[in-house]
Design a protein around this ligand. Sequence first.
Ligand code: GLN
Length: 194
Amino acid sequence: MTTVGVLAIQGDYREHRTLLESLGADVKEIRLPDQLDEVDGLIIPGGESTTIVQLIDIYNMREKLRERVLNEGMPTWGTCAGMIVMAQKLSDHRPDPLKLMNIEVSRNAFGRQVDSFETDLEVEDMDGPPYHAVFIRAPVVDTIGEGVRIISSLDDGRPVAVRQGHMLATAFHPELTNDPRMHKLFLQMVDEAG
Ligand code: GLN
């Protein structure tokens, strides 16, 4: 059976857990580096990226996480703050991201008036009607590098979901909706890697 890890040090990891379990996945909350060996895929949830990165370093997880994702090809998905954590580079000085995906990201990319909003998105690789996405103080992808494919953008063209091989990042929060299609897509990536 495939086991999906959810990084459970800060943010809305419980919501990811609930959604994954509703799809029949076996879920493990990850708080220590060695636990990363016990899962076939990993979700880095939304929350506060500065805190998440700080705790990753306090718990000594940076190196192990990079090894599992970059050397061993563990499928990994970051949502919102998780996207920031996975980036190669940020427009901000803080935090120091894990440099997993070839993307440059701006934090809090939407001004105060619309710092939270919902919108319907076309997502490549996804069947059915447009995907209703929830954005909360969300980041956007400024630049994509080699190997990165944009799978969804806003009407103004800014990318909000990207894939790079076994890695996925979304600026929005699929764990805060009842639509399981994004989680299904990730479980498919985990199955394919296994
Ligand atoms: N603005 C947050 C950050 O910079 C992300 C918000 C979220 O995950 N909803 O980390």
